[in-house]
Design a protein around this ligand. Structure first.
Ligand code: FES
Length: 137
Protein backbone atom coordinates (compact mmCIF):
# COMPACT_ATOMS: atom_id res chain seq x y z
CA UNK A 1 0.00 0.00 0.00
CA UNK A 2 1.26 3.50 -0.90
CA UNK A 3 2.33 5.77 1.98
CA UNK A 4 0.07 8.62 0.91
CA UNK A 5 -2.76 7.22 -1.12
CA UNK A 6 -4.45 9.78 -3.37
CA UNK A 7 -7.54 11.35 -1.89
CA UNK A 8 -10.49 10.93 -4.13
CA UNK A 9 -11.38 14.13 -5.95
CA UNK A 10 -8.03 15.83 -5.26
CA UNK A 11 -5.23 16.47 -7.73
CA UNK A 12 -1.93 15.16 -6.64
CA UNK A 13 1.00 17.50 -7.11
CA UNK A 14 4.59 16.45 -7.24
CA UNK A 15 6.35 17.30 -4.01
CA UNK A 16 9.84 17.30 -5.43
CA UNK A 17 11.48 19.38 -8.11
CA UNK A 18 14.25 18.17 -10.30
CA UNK A 19 17.34 20.37 -10.21
CA UNK A 20 18.99 20.78 -13.57
CA UNK A 21 22.65 21.22 -12.71
CA UNK A 22 25.20 20.83 -15.43
CA UNK A 23 28.25 19.24 -13.79
CA UNK A 24 30.39 20.39 -16.72
CA UNK A 25 29.25 24.04 -16.70
CA UNK A 26 32.53 25.28 -15.26
CA UNK A 27 34.51 23.42 -17.92
CA UNK A 28 32.29 24.84 -20.68
CA UNK A 29 32.48 28.44 -19.43
CA UNK A 30 34.93 30.57 -21.39
CA UNK A 31 38.24 30.97 -19.62
CA UNK A 32 39.01 34.48 -18.48
CA UNK A 33 41.89 36.02 -20.42
CA UNK A 34 45.07 36.54 -18.43
CA UNK A 35 46.47 40.05 -18.74
CA UNK A 36 49.96 40.84 -17.49
CA UNK A 37 50.60 44.32 -16.08
CA UNK A 38 54.17 45.56 -16.06
CA UNK A 39 53.99 47.99 -13.15
CA UNK A 40 55.95 51.25 -12.71
CA UNK A 41 58.51 49.48 -10.48
CA UNK A 42 59.04 46.91 -13.28
CA UNK A 43 57.37 44.13 -11.29
CA UNK A 44 54.71 42.11 -13.12
CA UNK A 45 51.23 40.97 -12.08
CA UNK A 46 49.09 38.62 -14.13
CA UNK A 47 45.36 38.94 -13.58
CA UNK A 48 42.36 37.03 -14.95
CA UNK A 49 39.95 39.61 -16.32
CA UNK A 50 36.38 38.72 -17.28
CA UNK A 51 35.50 39.29 -20.92
CA UNK A 52 33.77 42.65 -21.32
CA UNK A 53 35.67 44.41 -18.54
CA UNK A 54 38.40 46.88 -19.34
CA UNK A 55 42.12 46.71 -18.65
CA UNK A 56 41.52 49.61 -16.24
CA UNK A 57 38.84 47.59 -14.38
CA UNK A 58 41.29 44.72 -13.93
CA UNK A 59 43.89 47.03 -12.44
CA UNK A 60 41.58 49.00 -10.15
CA UNK A 61 39.70 45.93 -8.86
CA UNK A 62 42.98 44.27 -7.97
CA UNK A 63 44.50 47.39 -6.38
CA UNK A 64 47.45 47.50 -8.74
CA UNK A 65 49.51 50.68 -8.58
CA UNK A 66 49.89 53.07 -11.50
CA UNK A 67 46.42 53.26 -13.06
CA UNK A 68 44.61 56.00 -11.15
CA UNK A 69 41.42 56.21 -13.24
CA UNK A 70 40.14 59.46 -11.71
CA UNK A 71 37.12 59.68 -14.02
CA UNK A 72 36.16 56.04 -13.49
CA UNK A 73 36.43 55.11 -17.14
CA UNK A 74 34.72 58.11 -18.71
CA UNK A 75 37.57 58.84 -21.14
CA UNK A 76 38.12 62.31 -19.70
CA UNK A 77 41.07 62.21 -17.28
CA UNK A 78 43.82 60.16 -18.98
CA UNK A 79 45.11 58.91 -15.61
CA UNK A 80 44.70 55.37 -16.94
CA UNK A 81 47.42 55.78 -19.57
CA UNK A 82 49.24 52.58 -20.55
CA UNK A 83 51.52 51.33 -23.30
CA UNK A 84 50.47 48.37 -25.44
CA UNK A 85 52.71 46.88 -28.10
CA UNK A 86 51.51 46.93 -31.69
CA UNK A 87 50.58 43.23 -31.90
CA UNK A 88 48.58 43.27 -28.68
CA UNK A 89 46.94 46.60 -29.61
CA UNK A 90 45.29 44.91 -32.60
CA UNK A 91 43.23 42.80 -30.19
CA UNK A 92 41.37 45.90 -28.99
CA UNK A 93 39.13 48.42 -30.74
CA UNK A 94 40.80 51.32 -32.51
CA UNK A 95 41.14 54.43 -30.31
CA UNK A 96 38.36 57.00 -30.67
CA UNK A 97 39.07 60.65 -31.59
CA UNK A 98 38.33 61.55 -27.97
CA UNK A 99 40.97 59.09 -26.72
CA UNK A 100 43.56 60.26 -29.25
CA UNK A 101 42.99 63.90 -28.24
CA UNK A 102 43.68 63.06 -24.58
CA UNK A 103 46.76 60.97 -25.37
CA UNK A 104 48.24 63.73 -27.55
CA UNK A 105 48.82 65.99 -24.55
CA UNK A 106 50.05 63.36 -22.09
CA UNK A 107 53.54 63.24 -20.60
CA UNK A 108 55.27 60.12 -21.80
CA UNK A 109 52.87 59.41 -24.63
CA UNK A 110 54.08 57.49 -27.68
CA UNK A 111 52.66 55.49 -30.56
CA UNK A 112 51.98 52.63 -28.11
CA UNK A 113 49.89 54.82 -25.79
CA UNK A 114 46.31 53.87 -25.00
CA UNK A 115 43.83 54.71 -22.26
CA UNK A 116 43.23 51.46 -20.38
CA UNK A 117 39.58 52.35 -19.72
CA UNK A 118 39.02 52.07 -23.46
CA UNK A 119 40.64 48.61 -23.77
CA UNK A 120 37.77 46.14 -23.47
CA UNK A 121 38.99 42.59 -22.86
CA UNK A 122 37.89 40.01 -25.41
CA UNK A 123 38.31 36.28 -25.71
CA UNK A 124 41.50 36.61 -27.79
CA UNK A 125 43.22 38.85 -25.26
CA UNK A 126 44.84 36.03 -23.30
CA UNK A 127 48.53 36.81 -22.78
CA UNK A 128 48.36 40.55 -23.50
CA UNK A 129 51.04 42.63 -21.77
CA UNK A 130 50.21 46.11 -20.55
CA UNK A 131 52.99 48.46 -19.51
CA UNK A 132 51.92 50.98 -16.88
CA UNK A 133 54.08 54.12 -17.03
CA UNK A 134 54.97 55.99 -13.84
CA UNK A 135 53.45 59.24 -15.13
CA UNK A 136 49.78 58.65 -14.21
CA UNK A 137 49.74 60.16 -10.70
S1 FES B 1 39.83 56.42 -16.44
FE1 FES B 1 39.73 58.49 -17.01
S2 FES B 1 40.30 58.47 -19.08
FE2 FES B 1 40.44 56.40 -18.50
Amino acid sequence: MAKNPPIEGCVRYATTTRMEIDPFAEMKAPRMPEITYVLPDNSEKTIDIPIGQTVMDGSVRNNLPGIVAECGGGCSCATCHVHVDRTDAQLFDEPSEEELDLIEFLDGSCERSRLSCQLVVREGCDGVRIVVPDTNS
